[in-house]
Design a protein around this ligand. Structure first.
Ligand SMILES: C[S@@+](CC[C@H](N)C(=O)[O-])C[C@H]1O[C@@H](n2cnc3c(N)ncnc32)[C@H](O)[C@@H]1O
Length: 433
């Protein structure tokens, strides 16, 4: 990116205004707030411009800016410099598939017994019905699900599709385990490979943090529309995102309360910085204790893998209403997901993979969204609001989660124990850009 900045011409900077807040994802991106006036110095690509705000330079997403004075709505003319090589891949596939070409992530996934055993259980409990079926394992990685199919059932063929260079090893593993009669490894993006036939079952482990992060689900939906035969089965068949208001005493103490009096000194001027640094983005890999949940969780988003469309992924909304069951400090919300695998047999048992605090921990753990300021809540209060998962218009594997909440308290002094609004809040969390 830096070289493009050096190549910029001497044209005078253009004034632009921010349409909405943006939090820069790296040291070369500029963060700004809605209404800020930025000076655009260069437009090295249609998506990313080089701009200046209060003397600091950095890349900014063009779609967040408009020309003209604040309040005026004038569309930005996108002038693209003739430098195709400067365009970054919005899917970041090189980095993404590069990481799946190494063992680190596969070790993490295969060591996750709850996850891997859930898939094995799906295959085992459907082994009779899988006989002579055609299966596609989308994003097979090391081929573990395909190998379960060959080991535990007798499908006619499993097409094991993998885009990363791991596919070379997957072929060896298939051979080593004498499954080459059944499992055919195809290296390439699922969107681009050709299969000789439609499939009866499309199985994939596509879930990311907060269910959708990485948006591998898009590849699954496209493959479904192209390769799943009429009446075929999707595994997982449905997915839900659960949410709960929670305490996070330890995390709050480590990252925020720490600055109150370290070594007997007042370091509180660092607290706004701590909030920016540690609470702006969600905390992945959080393990919430069931005792830290302030109420029963609720499912806020439900995805039906047969009817979900790629365009639906742009913005997914949910609602919540929690009854606070015990008094405590409301530090934030914790999210996790559950997926269900329907049986191939009518009336057969559904298999569930639950990544929540009442199940065995998985490698996804849970995702914590910290409020800027904790709020004391009491048994009988309620917390209601909305959640919106908005896919990043530029970086297609990323999204922003916006939570809006009201805390209502029921006080005996108020007439008929009516609920009073105690506080309201809204916060947007980029994951990650
Ligand atoms: C979460 S891992 C799951 C790996 C394996 N199925 C397992 O359960 O251990 C997802 C895998 O899908 C692959 N993948 C993601 N998107 C893909 C696509 N569009 N086409 C082919 N492979 C893809 C990744 O490279 C990665 O190996």
């Amino acid at each position: 990116m830096q070289t493009e900045k050096e190549d910029e011409d001497d044209a005078s900077p253009e004034e632009c205004f921010a349409r909405s807040d943006f939090t820069g994802g790296g040291s070369d991106q500029l963060s700004f707030s809605s209404g800020d006036k930025l000076l655009v110095n260069a437009k090295p690509s249609s998506d990313w411009w080089w701009a200046e705000l209060r003397g600091v330079g950095g890349y900014v997403p063009a779609s967040y800016l408009r020309t003209g004075a604040a309040g005026e709505e004038e569309e930005v003319e996108v002038e693209v410099e003739d430098d195709e090589t400067s365009l970054e891949d919005p899917w970041q596939d090189e980095e993404y598939f590069g990481s799946y070409g190494t063992l680190r992530l596969h070790l993490e996934m295969l060591s996750d017994k709850s996850r891997t055993e859930a898939y094995r259980q799906v295959i085992r409990s459907n082994s009779a019905s899988l006989r002579n079926k055609v299966v596609m394992d989308l994003g097979c990685g090391t081929g573990i699900i395909s190998l379960f199919c060959a080991q535990l059932a007798q499908p006619s063929v499993v097409y094991a599709v993998e885009a990363s260079s791991m596919a070379d090893y997957t072929r060896q593993l298939v051979k080593q385990n004498e499954c080459e009669e059944v499992v055919t490894v195809l290296q390439g993006r699922a969107e681009e490979i050709e299969l000789p036939e439609q499939v009866d079952v499309l199985v994939s482990e596509w879930m990311g943090n907060c269910l959708l992060f990485e948006f591998m689900v898009e590849s699954v939906l496209l493959a479904r529309d192209r390769w799943l035969r009429e009446g075929g089965v999707m595994w997982p068949s449905s997915a839900a995102l659960a949410l709960v208001p929670c305490q996070a005493d330890t995390y709050y103490a480590e990252k925020m309360a720490f600055w109150e009096r370290p070594y007997g000194l007042d370091f509180t001027p660092l607290q706004p910085l701590a909030q920016q640094e540690f609470f702006t983005k969600p905390k992945f890999s959080h393990l919430i204790e069931p005792s830290d949940c302030l109420s029963a969780p609720c499912d806020v988003i439900y995805l039906d893998m047969y009817t979900l469309q790629v365009k639906d992924l742009e913005e997914i909304k949910g609602q919540f209403h929690f009854c606070v069951e015990k008094s405590g400090v409301f530090h934030g919300f914790t999210a996790w997901f559950t997926v269900h695998f329907e049986s191939l047999e009518t009336g057969g048992a559904t298999v569930e993979l639950n990544t929540g605090p009442n199940s065995e921990p998985t490698h996804w753990k849970q995702t914590l969204f910290m409020l800027d300021r904790p709020v004391s809540v009491y048994a009988g209060d309620s917390i209601s609001g909305t959640i919106v998962l908005r896919r990043n218009p530029v970086w297609r594997r990323h999204m922003t989660v916006t939570l809006h909440w009201n805390i209502n308290s029921t006080t005996e002094e108020s007439d008929n124990c009516q609920a009073n609004i105690k506080s309201v809040g809204t916060k947007s969390f980029p994951m990650w850009r």
